[in-house]
Write a protein of this length. Structure first.
Ligand SMILES: [Zn+2]
Length: 365
């Protein structure tokens, strides 16, 4: 009997915070967390895919002289070296873009981001410019990673703030650059934030991936790009406001303005509004920095058990963020990795490995 394989991709967004007065710092919110995750990966033989936010790196490199003077270290150089560690330890690096950094300026030792430019589509009028933009980002990362692994290729993309739509220019740009996996979508997500407006309420409900052509929410059997959403389930909010999530979102490592935003969203001072908010249904993501090991294992078991209407293997994408990493959730992630082998027929892979599997099976021409 053929056992159908299930694949889990543990993806980590590798970045600072995206808005507000304090964006975090590279050592505390990127490098140290990534090093701890690399350590766990080596200890348990489980790989992560780091979604590297390229735009902030480009800015750090541009202003490296001033940043070095102000911070006492060169953040771009640190990231460059850290990416070598990631690749050398068998982990993966793929493309993450926060467009609001693209035309950001550094004045009087402060960053000013362009929050109204929050999708790749919003950056350039023309398709050709958008395609060149993605090409240059892919090339910059491949130039860095080739120092440790000559053949490493960018094959997967994630938009900043989950904000990929309309993707009319983005999808052709990915296609022309050989990027075949798109993983920005969260089923059912409806969100207005400083990073834009996202509406993923209409998309294939019973699939863990589908082919797309000009809209990531619309299945198109002729499409050459695979949309692989960040795995989520739809629940009333009070059921996923877990202890781990509250601890993570209000931890001392999170900038003050982010904590205020989190509490504002909850309407913590208005019991009637708070109850209404908690009763609303919303997607809960498979998030290794916000959920307990037990919750994640139950979520995975339920996901695998429910089966999916697709000829493809079952693929589950979990998310995490270097900027949300702390001592408490690091321990929880370790326990989760320890428990993972109890799930039968589950393989934990990177996007590079998924690309190779899809090539072997003829899903990618
Ligand atoms: Zn991001």
């Amino acid at each position: 009997m053929m056992v159908s394989m299930n694949y889990l991709l543990l993806t980590i967004d590798y970045e600072l915070f995206g808005y507000g007065n304090y964006l975090g710092d590279v050592i505390h919110h990127i490098i140290n967390p990534a090093k701890q995750l690399i350590g766990l990966s080596e200890k348990y033989g489980i790989p992560f895919t780091f979604y590297f936010e390229i735009e902030e790196y480009i800015k750090f490199e541009k202003h490296s002289h001033r940043l070095k003077k102000n911070l006492g270290y060169d953040p771009a150089k640190m990231i460059f070296d850290n990416l070598q560690e990631i690749i050398n330890s068998g982990n993966d690096v793929q493309l993450h873009v926060h467009p609001e950094w693209h035309r950001a300026t550094y004045n009087n030792d402060k960053w000013f981001l362009c929050l109204n430019e929050n999708t790749v589509d919003s950056l350039y009028k023309d398709q050709a410019d958008t395609t060149n933009f993605i090409r240059s980002r892919k090339e910059i990362i491949e130039t860095i990673t080739s120092k440790s692994h000559k053949l490493h290729k960018i094959v997967a993309f994630r938009a900043g703030g989950f904000n990929a739509r309309p993707a009319l220019k983005l999808l052709p740009a990915l296609r022309k650059n050989g990027i075949v996996f798109e993983s920005s979508l969260v089923k059912g997500l409806y969100q207005k934030s400083p990073l834009g407006f996202v509406d993923y309420r209409k998309c294939p409900a019973d699939k863990t991936l589908w082919r797309v052509d000009d809209d990531i929410c619309m299945e198109n059997e002729l499409g050459l790009i695979y949309e692989i959403p960040i795995y989520s389930i739809f629940k009333r909010r009070f059921r996923h406001l877990t202890y781990n999530k509250i601890r993570t979102k209000t931890s001392k490592d999170i900038p003050k303005n982010k904590k205020i935003d989190f509490l504002k969203q909850l309407n913590i001072n208005n019991p009637a509004k708070l109850i209404k908010y908690l009763m609303q249904k919303a997607p809960v993501k498979m998030d290794i920095h916000n959920q307990s090991p037990k919750y994640l294992i139950n979520l995975l078991n339920a996901a695998i058990g429910s089966g999916h209407a697709s000829s493809f293997p079952n693929i589950f994408v979990a998310i995490g963020h270097t900027k949300e990493h702390n001592e408490m959730n690091c321990k929880a992630i370790e326990q989760f990795l320890q428990k993972l082998p109890i799930i039968p027929d589950l393989q934990i892979i990177t996007f590079t490995q998924l690309y190779n599997i899809f090539q072997d099976q003829g899903y990618i021409k």
